[in-house]
Design a protein around this ligand. Structure first.
Ligand code: ZN
Length: 114
């Protein structure tokens, strides 16, 4: 079992960087970069499959329609909340006066994991 995956960026092998150069004189290539394989699921993220944010962006922009087709959003999601109005009085710290203001606090409501 190999301990790496190839970067999934569709243009990874086109970036002009020295660490992509492979091959012998006369038949040099720029090669897709290796990405160290993640062994634990909890560490899996985009850097488990891409060598850089740029390669991730290239992949996402190239395949976004296919990815959306796999995970379509056909209706809006909602998070239950409570709204709390918190009044803050005028305050002076000796250098600066913060005017009184009302803060609108959004408080998550536990809907039992739904
Ligand atoms: Zn890459």
């Amino acid at each position: 079992m190999s301990n790496f995956v190839w970067c999934h960026g569709p243009s990874c092998h086109k970036s002009h960087t020295q660490d992509r150069i492979r091959g012998v004189k006369g038949s040099k290539v720029l090669r897709t970069k290796k990405v160290a394989k993640v062994t634990q699921d909890r560490w899996t993220n985009m850097y488990s499959f891409f060598c850089s944010q740029g390669c991730y962006n290239d992949f996402a922009n190239t395949y976004v329609r296919e990815i959306i087709a796999l995970h379509p959003r056909t209706e809006a999601l909602e998070t239950p909340i409570d709204i709390q109005q918190v009044k803050h009085p005028e305050y002076n710290n000796g250098y600066y006066t913060q005017r009184a203001y009302t803060e609108t606090k959004i408080i998550a409501v536990d809907n039992n994991g739904g």
